[in-house]
Design a protein around this ligand. Structure first.
Ligand SMILES: Cc1cc2nc3c(=O)[nH]c(=O)nc-3n(C[C@H](O)[C@H](O)[C@H](O)COP(=O)(O)O)c2cc1C
Length: 377
């Protein structure tokens, strides 16, 4: 299975550690057939050292296509081996993490976003990865790191990585990372979003493809980014915290597919069958709690949501199957919610156009004269 069997990644769900696991992706795919789904980041070392146990980390059900494996690391040999070991699973794309600011990753590990400071290495890593797979290879990065946050430095990174490797698609988390010890969560909040850098990349690298990421909260905002020229839009927290409200409209509103009449009652029926078939398949894992976790945003802002969550907390202590969990808790949610085919996101009405006037804020074009310096450096 290769990427061009699918619609392009106009809409994707971001890689999120401990969130976009197989269970969340199963739920997401029940809601949207076309959204591109990313795995959590897997360190190349995990894949290499767990080579006798790979299904646990890499297997996914075929419905999850189109699906992207995100890997992280800074050891070329391990990156090559990890890509090779992942090949039989037929991921549609291999993405390399150059955006994670976690001290474990960007500190000791010295990979993730710290690699933005070493574009030559990233170029080499992407070539090594590309040599071991027939799927496209992509990079997810920030717009800068600490004081290395000028638009020209971002362009140098993009220019160098794309010149030195077959990378043609970059996912741009449109804020820089601060490596001063703030938490990863603060690193997704404190550095300001600078969408103008993203849109300037579209102008300055017309031969490349870019997806925009960071702070995009609703399908209306996705449409607005696309109408401003974005090649693709990646949502992280919104797609996790309110999966129904973001994903149920993706196929029709973004991909132009016929409106699906699926309801959350039907989705839960299928998710229940999935959950009860996998619970405890790796010894004690996954637990019922692991399987229930992705459901917590399903009734976001709906009547009954608060009571349902309280019941769910209690039911996790007494239930042992997904079936009994749902039987015990779902009476908190009105039938009108469970059977509704419409996903109306309240934030669609509250947010202004977050890309308004971005064109007026674009930085000056990439200084071409520096390109030669960059390649010959
Ligand atoms: C819990 C969590 C875990 C994350 N893990 C990863 C990861 O493994 N790899 C990665 O590239 N980004 C990771 N991110 C960052 C997201 O992919 C995304 O870039 C970021 O949340 C900004 O997008 P958003 O504003 O739509 O959430 C994570 C984010 C969250 C909230």
């Amino acid at each position: 299975m290769v990427a061009w069997h699918y619609y392009p990644p106009l809409f994707s769900v971001a890689p999120m550690m401990e969130w976009t696991d197989h269970h969340y992706r199963t739920l997401a795919r029940l809601i949207s057939k076309h959204a591109w789904l990313y795995t959590e980041m897997l360190a190349a070392e995990t894949i290499v050292y767990q080579k006798d146990n790979l299904d646990r980390f890499l297997a996914f059900s075929p419905e999850q296509h189109p699906i992207v494996l995100q890997i992280g690391g800074n050891n070329l040999e391990h990156l090559a081996k990890a890509t090779e070991l992942a090949n039989p699973y037929q991921y549609d794309e291999i993405n390399f993490n150059c955006g994670c600011p976690s001290p474990k990753v960007a500190g000791h590990g010295c990979f993730g976003v710290r690699l933005m400071l070493n574009p030559e290495f990233v170029g080499e890593a992407m070539s090594v990865i590309a040599a071991k797979t027939s799927s496209p290879v992509t990079v997810k990065c920030r717009i800068g790191v600490d004081d290395h946050d000028s638009y020209n430095e971002l362009c140098d990174f993009i220019y160098k990585v794309s010149s030195l490797s077959p990378t043609r698609h970059f996912i741009i988390h449109s804020r820089k990372a601060l490596l001063n010890g703030i938490s990863p969560a603060d690193n997704r909040k404190i550095p300001p979003l600078r969408y103008e850098y993203y849109f300037a990349l579209l102008r300055d690298f017309p031969e490349l493809t870019f997806s925009i990421n960071g702070g995009i909260n609703s399908v209306s905002e996705v449409k607005s980014a696309i109408s401003q020229g974005a090649h693709g839009v990646m949502l992280g927290r919104a797609a996790y915290n309110k999966p129904w409200h973001t994903l149920a409209r993706v196929d029709s509103d973004i991909y132009g597919a016929p409106i699906s009449n699926i309801t959350r009652r039907q989705i839960l029926k299928e998710y229940q069958a999935y959950g009860d078939s996998v619970i405890g398949m790796y010894g004690k894992k996954p637990t019922l709690r692991d399987l229930v976790k992705p459901l917590f945003g399903l009734f976001h802002s709906e009547p009954g949501n608060g009571i349902w969550k309280r019941k769910a907390d209690a039911a996790l202590h007494s239930c042992t199957t997904m079936k009994s969990f749902l039987e015990e808790t779902l009476d908190a949610i009105p039938d009108s919610v469970l059977d509704s085919t419409v996903a109306t996101d309240p934030s669609d009405f509250t947010n202004e156009n977050i890309f308004a006037n971005v064109g007026a804020r674009l930085p000056p074009p990439y200084d071409d004269s520096r390109e030669e310096e960059v390649v010959s450096a």
